[in-house]
Design a protein around this ligand. Structure first.
Ligand code: FPP
Length: 249
């Protein structure tokens, strides 16, 4: 583990936009799928590293609701990644007490992929370590629309009063509710030099710190992850208030 990390101030919830698989492959004259395949190995390494330092929840953006626009062949390959990942690494995740969860709109996901995901969730249900959360066929605006619909249904049948709707109501209707109390993201990491949120956890990132890495996801290492955590520990999070230091002045 990196010497530079203070184990007493680890971000509870780290979210990662694993970007650059396609470009990594293209730079090597390989098909895009080769980049995704390599990316799967990196997921294993980063999940183990996050677990080791005591991160509570790690959410990885694996497939967005916008990714259906890609070629049929690439979509098909991306849909097979959960199977590839869990077949290879599930025993190791269980060994490390890592609990798997998938958030997203599963109806559109092929039945085989759905059942692989369900199996992984079931087999790690008892785990007490890191919550490894995959956003798969996930889009944050769709998530918010879904939450609003659920809330409106409750209002229309009279089980919820309009006046009692508050931030907690929204929070508990989002797909990240099972991660509570760690549903808010503390630290958002994005690889491949792109600096945007791409419809990822819009509500949950309200007060998170951002970190952008220049390397493509398949080149992202445990050491780089620890560097990112060390950088987080130098940040001064104020949540709209003033820093402790200023308060004393
Ligand atoms: C972004 O690179 C990456 C993806 C869209 C897919 C990432 C998914 C995985 C690495 C594996 C998911 C695994 C499980 C278990 C669900 P890109 O293709 O957008 O790269 P580019 O921007 O260079 O084209």
């Amino acid at each position: 583990m990196g010497q530079k990390i203070d184990l007493n101030s680890i971000p509870n919830h780290v979210a990662i936009i694993m970007d650059g698989n396609g470009r990594w492959a293209q730079a090597r004259n390989l098909p895009r799928s080769a980049g995704h395949k390599e990316g799967v190995e990196v997921i294993r390494k980063i999940a183990l590293a996050a677990n080791e330092i005591g991160v509570k929840a790690l959410t990885l953006y694996a497939f967005s609701t916008e990714n259906w626009k890609r070629s049929l062949a690439e979509v098909k390959y991306l849909m097979q990644l959960p199977e590839l990942f869990f077949n290879k690494f599930l025993p190791e995740l269980i060994e490390h007490d890592i609990k798997v969860r998938v958030i997203g709109f599963e109806e559109k996901v092929p039945p085989l992929t759905q059942s692989v995901i369900k199996q992984a969730e079931k087999r790690t249900m008892h785990c007490k370590g890191l919550q490894l959360n995959f956003a798969f066929n996930y889009g944050s605006r769709a998530e918010i629309v879904h939450a609003v619909q659920e809330i409106a249904k409750k209002v229309s049948v009279g089980t919820l009063q309009v006046e009692s709707i508050n931030e907690e109501t929204i929070r508990t209707h989002l797909l990240t509710a099972p991660l509570m109390p760690f549903d808010d993201v503390d630290y958002l990491i994005r690889t491949s030099h792109e600096e945007r949120l791409s419809n990822f956890l819009l509500w949950q990132n309200a007060y998170s710190e951002f970190y952008f890495s220049d390397v493509y996801w398949p080149d992202f290492t445990t050491e780089m992850f620890f560097d990112a955590i060390a950088a987080y520990q130098k940040r001064n999070r104020r949540f709209g208030g003033v820093s402790d230091k200023k308060e004393k002045e």
